[in-house]
Design a protein. Structure first.
Length: 497
């Protein structure tokens, strides 16, 4: 019952938000990702993504793209000509399918068919990824991030509130998404292509007509390189490089903010810096107070409206003096930092040619009985053939296989001990027999032991015991004995008379 009430409440919130939209075109924030399929049991490159206009008004999606966690644009809604625009109607879908998904499923109703960035693993990582919708201004419209692995027979689906038309939950929290079993059905593409109709000029000159020149939308500034672990002290030596990708338009960073930290918790407001078209500007921690951790961190750039326009993929444990740079649309480490200029990939060897050979030439030569180790570059003794065969052990000895030294051969029969000695049963060694010292006087506590029969003292002890027993019996039966003696006396007295 609570779940139903909660779902009803979410539905009312979404419907209320839709009713408050200005009735011209829907805000781009109403366009959301509703389905992500990283792969299938057949292939990791069998990918599908669906986006949806979750409002009652049309949205222009010209030059909108999908990006992954590496910020690579792998699928875009690109018109065929510059006079064409692409629109997504209210409560309608735009679908993106990889080539393998189209060919394997024979499903040809799609908005965009794209080639995966990797022929084996595809453009989307099933174990964890971030899929974003980027509009024509490179501003993120919607984003879905997951870190738990999804099975090959599953896909991610946004929670739906109602159908006819479809209405989805959009709270930017974990309740928006769930893992579901792969389904064969996939939303149909409902995008619309329209040509731009331009009004003819009032006084059109004679001659061939020229196509109208459409104004170019300026691209946002991009973070392209950072130095988080400078050689020596990081203080006053760290920097962040920002690039203006436009070829004709300058960019003012007035009101822009840099966010630094593992969770982008540190915000830095930039001054009125101007980046010339196609040029760079370097923000150092001397000019602004910030610190790039040597363990891991992220950096992002927000425009004066508070919208994130560039985000750096988090780096991990950078080497000293190595920059984290965007080279060929891939974030990577380089040992050739280039602040304020185009980024340079790492060289094959960080040492200039000839340095290693010159260092070897200056080493002290080894002795005649030594050679230089190619692994450690140190001198060590040359093994001789004479040392391979050790000397023969002496008679009665053998060579220990563990220590390679001679030792006495253990014999099974031990020699007899000398006179006055005995063999110790514990150590199997001979030891002297301990005997009492003979003296001419009595020794307290010493007794003489007879070799045959019992001694007189044993007989005396036995006699004493017998006497004690007899004495006790006489005392115990004294009355009976006295009566017996009287009877005997009376008997003999009668005979005498």
């Amino acid at each position: 019952m609570l779940k139903k009430c909660y779902g009803l409440f979410l539905g009312l919130v979404v419907l209320t938000g839709s009713a408050c939209v200005t009735p011209t075109h829907a805000s781009s924030a109403s366009t959301i990702i509703t389905m992500v399929r990283p792969g299938s049991p057949n292939s990791a490159t069998e990918e599908r993504v669906a986006i949806y206009n979750n409002s009652s008004f049309e949205v222009e999606v010209t030059n909108w793209c999908l990006t992954n966690k590496s910020q690579v644009k792998f699928a875009c809604l690109t018109p065929e000509t510059s006079y064409e625009r692409i629109y997504l109607p209210a409560y309608s879908y735009a679908t993106f399918l990889s080539r393998y998904s189209v060919e394997n499923n024979q499903q040809f109703d799609y908005s965009v068919m794209y080639e995966p960035t990797n022929n084996s693993s595809g453009s989307i990582t099933a174990s964890g990824d971030t899929i974003s919708i980027i509009n024509a201004d490179n501003v993120s419209v919607d984003q879905f991030t997951w870190s738990s692995s999804i099975g090959s027979t599953q896909h991610w689906a946004r929670t739906i509130l109602s159908t006819l038309p479809d209405l989805f939950v959009n709270t930017n929290s974990s309740i928006d998404w769930q893992k579901v079993i792969l389904i064969s059905a996939f939303p149909s593409s409902e995008i619309i292509y329209r040509e731009i109709i331009l009004d003819p000029p009032i006084d059109e000159p004679e001659g061939p007509s020229q196509p109208p020149v459409l104004p170019e939308l300026p691209l946002p500034a991009v973070i392209t390189e950072l130095l988080p672990n400078a050689v020596g002290s990081d203080t006053n030596n760290e920097w962040i490089e920002i690039y203006n990708p436009n070829q004709l338009v300058d960019i003012s960073l007035s009101g822009y903010q840099l966010a630094v930290g593992a969770n982008l918790e540190k915000k830095i407001t930039l001054n009125d810096l101007i980046i010339k078209a196609g040029q760079y500007v370097v923000i150092t921690n001397t000019d602004y107070t910030y610190s790039l951790l040597n363990t891991s961190s992220k950096v992002a750039l927000y425009n004066d409206s508070g919208v994130m326009v560039s985000e750096v993929l988090a780096y991990t444990s950078p080497g000293e003096g190595k920059a984290w740079a965007l080279i060929d649309d891939v974030w990577q480490y380089t040992d050739n930092p280039s602040p304020g200029s185009a980024n340079i990939a790492s060289s094959a060897s960080s040492d200039p040619a000839g340095t290693a050979s010159e260092a070897v030439a200056t080493l002290k030569p080894c002795a005649d009985n030594q050679y230089r180790s190619p692994e450690t570059n140190r001198c060590r003794l040359i093994s001789s053939s004479s040392s391979a065969a050790p000397a023969v052990c002496k008679q009665g000895q053998e060579r220990n296989p563990e220590t390679n030294r001679c030792r006495a051969i253990a014999t099974s029969t031990a020699a007899e001990c000398k006179a006055g000695q005995e063999r110790n049963p514990e150590t199997n060694r001979c030891r002297n027999i301990k005997k009492l010292v003979e003296t001419d006087y009595a020794v307290k506590g010493a007794t003489t032991q007879q070799q045959g029969g019992m001694g007189w003292y044993m007989w005396a002890a036995i006699a004493g015991i017998v006497l004690l027993i007899l004495g006790y019996a006489v005392w115990e039966w004294r009355d009976e004995l006295k009566s017996l003696v009287g009877t005997i006396k009376a008997k003999f007295a009668g005979k005498a008379n």
